[in-house]
Design a protein around this ligand. Sequence first.
Ligand SMILES: NC(=O)c1ccc[n+]([C@@H]2O[C@H](COP(=O)([O-])OP(=O)(O)OC[C@H]3O[C@@H](n4cnc5c(N)ncnc54)[C@H](OP(=O)(O)O)[C@@H]3O)[C@@H](O)[C@H]2O)c1
Length: 298
Amino acid sequence: MAAVKNTAKTFKLNSGDSIPGIGLGTWQSKPGQVEKAVEAAPRAGYRHIDTAFAYGNEKEVGEGIRASGVPREEIWLTTKLDNPWHKRVAEGIDQSLKNLGTSYVDLYLMHWPCSLDPDHEGKAYVDWDFVDTWREMQKLVGTGKVRNIGVSNFGIKNLEKLLNDPSCKIVPAVNQIELHPGNPSPKLVAYNNTHGIHTSGYSPLGSSDSPLYSNETINAIAKAKGRTPQQILLVWGLQKGWSVLPKSVTTSRVEANYDLDGWSLSDDEVAKIDAIPDRFKVCQDGWLPVTVFYGDDE
Ligand SMILES: NC(=O)c1ccc[n+]([C@@H]2O[C@H](COP(=O)([O-])OP(=O)(O)OC[C@H]3O[C@@H](n4cnc5c(N)ncnc54)[C@H](OP(=O)(O)O)[C@@H]3O)[C@@H](O)[C@H]2O)c1
């Protein structure tokens, strides 16, 4: 049997492009730290970096990619349209490209299905919503500035609304959602699959101070396989069929999180992780003026 190469795993998108299965996350990666982490990732083998305008670090992310020495075109770069930019999509992508110091991104996501009025802080527009934003995002395809467009934090209700609107001509290539054993979302993942939307899993390690690192099931499997809990969580996600976006600003962790080749989880081990009963969610919608999660993201 050929050796398992988890790091070579890619997923085919509905556009025909292939997204690398493991991407470095950069949320909460602080200035002065993120460039080093992004530089270390391609050197360790990563070919996918996930950022967002809202993270305030696009400039350093671009610098990190250039410092890595790996050519830009070999790296899958994702960024996201921020909520107060929904009526300014063309400006939003231009600003992100400028920050990143690149002429295109591989994937441009609508960060949240929430269109905020920048002139009235914290308030949603009354004459505009995410369907209007998607109409504008579709216009970016063919400009050379974005290779793919997608969404993030969309549950089934909002996806239905988007896909059923006559203005929706392009099915999102990706829905980036929170996915880890504490928030496995099987119905939403199945919905994405049925509609040809690739699922990308954010907070795959359970985010900062993850309770998963002390989970008995994860630790027992990690010990039995001579692996770290983080490596188990990442391979679980890849085997479930989604891409994973582990974040770290610690070079040794960036490297360890990519040391995933030559082994896999058995069906029994995957089933044990699937059966972990404890639920928690890293990203809620209480900070937004509109409901995003209707319990349909499970
Ligand atoms: N679309 C969205 O709305 C959305 C929301 C959340 C996240 N995301 C994306 O998904 C990415 C990942 O999610 P996340 O940042 O919430 O969390 P995560 O990747 O699940 O976990 C990151 C945390 O785990 C620690 N860590 C990483 N590797 C480790 C290791 N080998 N051993 C011990 N600790 C380790 C990191 O610490 P150090 O950094 O200190 O090493 C950090 O505290 C984000 O960075 C972002 O790109 C997207």
